[in-house]
Design a protein around this ligand. Sequence first.
Ligand code: NAD
Ligand code: TDX
Length: 389
Amino acid sequence: MSTESPCQNPEIRPAGSRSHTAGSRSHTAGSRSHTALETGSPADARSFRCVLVTGGAGFIGCNLVRWILEHRPQTLVINLDALTYAGNPANIADIRDHERHRFVHGDICDEKLVGSLLDEGVDAVINAAAHSHVDRSLMRGDEFVATNVGGVQVILDAIKARPQIRFVQVSTDEIYGSLPPDERCDENWPPAPGNPYAATKAAAELLALSYRNSFGLDVVISRCCNNFGPYHYPEKMIPLFITNLLDGLRVPLYGDGLNYREWIHVEDHCSALVAILESGRSGEAYNISSGTGLTNLELTRRILDLLGKDDSSVEYVKDRPGHDRRYALDSRKIAAELGWQPRHNLKDGLRATCEWFQANEQWWRPIKSGAYRKYYQQQYAERLKSAAI
Ligand code: NAD
Ligand code: TDX
């Protein structure tokens, strides 16, 4: 891996540099590609020379880094990731040596490191580093508070000393909590997080906005619905269910299976984050959704169908405590203000995702061993009779 920052290396000429294709593959059969203009960003969109992406070895982060390298040839990316259990060097293997990308193994809670990276010419931070799994936050909350709140405070303090830097906090639809039937929430809906993970994400938003109010920091917030796509860590529902089914195991559906979620392809989340970075109004939050929602049971049946299985592969298990029943976003604001639209539909995206997991066993098999097995046993042993993986 490169040790010299691409932001400081005069040999790297971002505007004219070739786009990186060697070794990379298209992960999204059936999707239209995004060109530089295709986020739909308004004409007065800002451009950024060097973006610090945190959590860039995780699911959304690695897709975001790849998206920026591919669609913003003028932009250099520093990728800071602590490589927790969810961070994986294999997620960025194909871009490891990209001339506009530098990976730094480190913690967003490390004040000195964050400050020194910002001094490398960074003009924007997109914070995707987090502990992100609701079920783990129900086991213990300390790491969630430390990273999702404490880490954000460290970044904000570092930016406070360098106020020219724009900050995008990657947040979630979960901050709204469970919605009543038939309601959709816009960005003014009051936060009412229903689990410790969601509470830390809501806290981080409030903290970021308080730094804007107190110190004039340039802060924008994104709130996205559930993502799916390549490199999704297989503790989350879609990749867990796909990989279990590929192994001939049953899938553990919580409760009655009627909890309702909206699902977006991760590439659409990435294009929305870039639109928010480039054109989002300071101090604003933007919902991001595909508008496609369904119950977990309906989603499970689609996955079963794609993989040639039936309902006998489903095991209804004890529900998640405090399980939010329904999330549904009104995302007209990002469409109206920033011209952003999703480009993937669930049907094709889900098929492509199943195909990706079928074609990339070498990626997920090592994950589903070792420490993951311990987690799986802890999480499901009592819930799922077929938990012996
Ligand atoms: P993930 O768990 O796959 O990845 C998180 C990454 O953050 C990992 O690479 C991990 O190593 C890194 N990380 C954790 N703690 C860190 C620390 N202290 N310092 C540096 N790096 C650290 O999560 P994800 O699904 O990719 O989510 C990314 C972000 O998007 C999170 O902020 C999450 O809240 C948000 N989000 C996720 C979804 C979703 O459906 N997955 C939806 C909306 C918002
Ligand atoms: O084994 C399971 N069985 C099951 O029925 C798992 C892991 C999940 N579920 C249900 C719970 C949820 O209703 O499926 C739904 C999706 O669960 P997850 O994949 O764990 O995602 P969720 O809890 O909705 O949170 C995700 O979307 C919002 C991300 O993990 C968060 O980081 C993001 O903020």
